[in-house]
Unconditional design. Structure first.
Length: 84
């Protein structure tokens, strides 16, 4: 999850303009947009996720595989492979 602080900080500006959206929906929407902008498929999206009160039910940190494949091109190919 290295580097997530960069998009998280960028999304704070969106959250400030739209405080009614939950962080859960905001981060999910950001993922949907990222997939589509990277040339992936159109991903259906619906609002309605609620934020948890604490991180107790969240997965442990570093629980996700590393998607960095060494270059921007290799990472885009990897993301396309995941969705197709």
């Amino acid at each position: 999850n290295a580097g997530l602080d960069v998009p998280r900080k960028a999304l704070e500006a969106v959250k400030e303009k739209h405080p009614e959206i939950s962080y859960a929906d905001l981060y999910t929407l950001a993922g949907v947009v990222a997939v589509e902008e990277a040339g992936g498929p159109k991903v259906p999206f619906r609002l309605g996720r609620e934020d948890a009160d604490s991180g107790e039910t969240s997965p442990k940190e570093c629980g996700l595989p590393d998607a960095d494949k060494g270059s921007s091109q290799n990472t885009r190919v990897h993301i396309r492979d995941v969705f197709y």
